[in-house]
Design a protein around this ligand. Structure first.
Ligand code: KIV
Length: 257
């Protein structure tokens, strides 16, 4: 098993995994110092491209942003999301996963669970490509937001999906918007680390969309904490620039050749 993957596995019950998303070089460079995992998430469709949902993210987009992020990480594990409709069967998944690894040199890919794609995940792991799982609210397969695990039948389904993912060979699994108790039960049942988003402190690690925690988004679900309000800071800088240009204070002599 690859060293970086082993390192993630060995954090179980020892250290919280710090994970964030990145789509570009400057953010990747900063995250590399502080994150165990940097995910090039298909959330880039909404966060970067302003699309309605993640369904419109393409393989080309993921590869292009993946190249930018991976080439600026040295320490953190680089995981790239497989976008919707790129792993519907084993052959399609193999072809597209190989391409992502070849072009980006990423460390792993992430595949959302649709309740029965375990054989596809297993076939990719068998080829030697590390896979991160993703269960709970999986945006590629849901139209409307829904908290996961409130009903007993959902609790049982989530536990089954988590175990099936582990059996398929994923090295870690994202739990998205899963209730506290179910997240706890899954985390305690698995040998691999769980990474929560909206799934409580009961997970082995946490992930957020970086644009959300920086206060750059326009959509803030309850589970997001804004660690800074970057929009305000950027707006102030742009206002200053606007004034400086209008009053002909910029560029000054200092900026001339
Ligand atoms: O696409 C993404 O950013 C994700 C995270 C929310 C886990 O899948």
């Amino acid at each position: 098993m690859k060293k970086k993957i082993l390192k993630i596995l060995r954090t179980k019950n020892k250290k919280s995994l710090v994970c964030l998303t990145a789509y570009s070089k400057p953010i990747a460079k900063i995250l590399d110092k502080y994150c165990d995992i940097v995910l090039v998430g298909d959330s880039l469709a909404t966060a970067m491209y302003g699309m309605k949902n993640t369904h419109q993210a393409t393989l080309e987009m993921m590869i292009q942003h993946g190249i930018s992020v991976k080439s600026n990480l040295s320490k953190a594990l680089c995981v790239i999301d497989m976008p919707k409709n790129t792993y519907r069967n084993i052959n399609e998944a193999k072809k597209n996963v190989k391409l992502v690894f070849k072009k980006t040199k990423c460390d792993a890919i992430k595949m959302e669970c649709n309740g029965n794609n375990f054989k596809i995940i297993k076939s990719i792991v068998k080829l030697g490509f590390p896979v991160m799982g993703h269960i709970g609210f999986t945006p590629q397969y849901y139209k409307k937001f829904k908290i996961q695990g409130l009903k007993e039948k959902d609790r049982l389904r989530l536990i089954r999906e988590a175990i099936k993912n582990e059996e398929a060979g994923v090295f870690s699994i994202v739990l998205e918007c899963v209730t506290n108790n179910v997240a706890k039960e899954i985390t305690q049942s698995l040998k691999i680390p769980t990474v929560g988003i909206g799934s409580s402190i009961n997970c082995d690690g946490q992930i957020l969309v970086t644009d959300d925690m920086l206060g750059l988004s326009s959509f803030y679900p309850k589970f997001v904490k804004k660690f800074v309000k970057l929009t305000n800071i950027i707006e102030k800088a742009v206002q200053k620039y606007n004034t400086a240009v209008l009053t002909r204070k910029f560029p000054s002599k200092k900026n001339n050749f």
